[in-house]
Design a protein around this ligand. Structure first.
Ligand SMILES: [Zn+2]
Ligand SMILES: [Zn+2]
Length: 291
């Protein structure tokens, strides 16, 4: 994975999961796009259920609207269908809705798109569900619409995948349907420029971090020493495989943490970072593999 804090480029704020009245959202396409543009986002992906939209004329040099779709192939273990967010796809349906998950993922990737596993906690997935399909580059570690039943945070699902050797990143998304689920989870993407190609390249390589408002300024590793800098935080966590890693807590809100470092060992295999800022907002940096 590429560490976004050690490469050049610009940061772009993105919501990668949004619905409109084309499927089960309450807001028409043009209005949904206006909402995110007015709020200062740089990127919005429109991801209606098993259908695409005509996005002609909505993107310009300051704002990128990406063609996307949330698709629902059956899960081999039964239960809930998969919820796969597909980005940078053609407007014409890229697969048959009878196709299984592997076929859909492979057709999306062959066409230059990427796939994100949406809200694994809300779907009730365990590690077997998540390992049964390959080819997605990230999961949603936070999904705003899943706050409606307390299942917005999927960090344990992410850690299970990482511990199993599946090095995927994590995004935070609104999955907005009705307005109560807007502007809560976003992804900061480090890319060369605001084009579909650069944004997709950054997302497939891991050059981004997820946030509900927390700001990570730097995260890196030197040998086995992990360091982080962030906006004032109450908690900083270095999270590695199984029981390894380390947490730091501010004594009080007037003495917040703005950096931390942690010595790791080869047994840790990888380290990711997670912060909780002074307002309770979180941010999640993608894992770095230890060598
Ligand atoms: Zn979904
Ligand atoms: Zn959705």
């Amino acid at each position: 994975m590429v560490n976004p804090f050690s490469i050049g480029g610009k940061w772009f704020k993105a919501n990668l999961h949004a619905h409109t009245t084309t499927s089960d959202g309450d807001t028409v396409l043009a209005e949904r796009i206006r909402q995110y543009r007015d709020k200062g986002y740089d990127v919005l992906a429109i991801t209606d259920h098993d259908t695409t939209n005509d996005l002609t004329g909505f993107s310009d040099k300051d704002f990128l609207v990406m063609q996307g779709m949330e698709t629902h192939p059956p899960c081999p273990f039964g239960g809930d269908l998969y919820h796969l967010v597909c980005l940078n796809i053609p407007q014409r349906m890229p697969f048959s809705l009878k196709a299984d998950a592997e076929t859909r993922v492979s057709l999306i990737k062959h066409g230059g798109g990427i796939v994100i596993l949406a809200h694994p906690y809300w779907c009730g997935y365990n590690i077997n569900h998540m390992l049964a399909i390959d080819g997605y580059c990230a999961i949603e570690v936070f999904n705003a619409t899943s706050t409606k039943n307390g299942k917005a945070y999927s960090s344990v699902h992410w850690d299970s995948l990482l511990a199993a050797g599946r090095m995927v990143g994590a995004v935070a998304s609104d999955d907005c349907h009705r307005g109560r689920d807007m502007f809560m989870g976003y992804t900061m993407i480090k890319a060369a420029a605001l084009t579909s190609q650069d944004i997709i390249e950054a997302l497939s390589s891991g050059a981004y971090y997820a946030s509900t408002g927390g700001v990570i300024e730097d995260f890196g590793i030197n040998g086995f020493n992990a360091t982080i800098r962030c906006q004032p935080a109450m908690e900083i966590h270095f999270i590695s495989r199984r029981s390894t890693g380390r947490s730091f807590y501010a004594e009080s809100a007037d003495k917040p943490l703005t950096s931390a470092e942690c010595e790791l060992s080869a047994l840790d295999r990888y380290v990711r970072a997670e912060i909780v800022d002074v307002n309770g907002n979180r941010a999640w940096a993608n894992p770095i593999v230890l060598r």
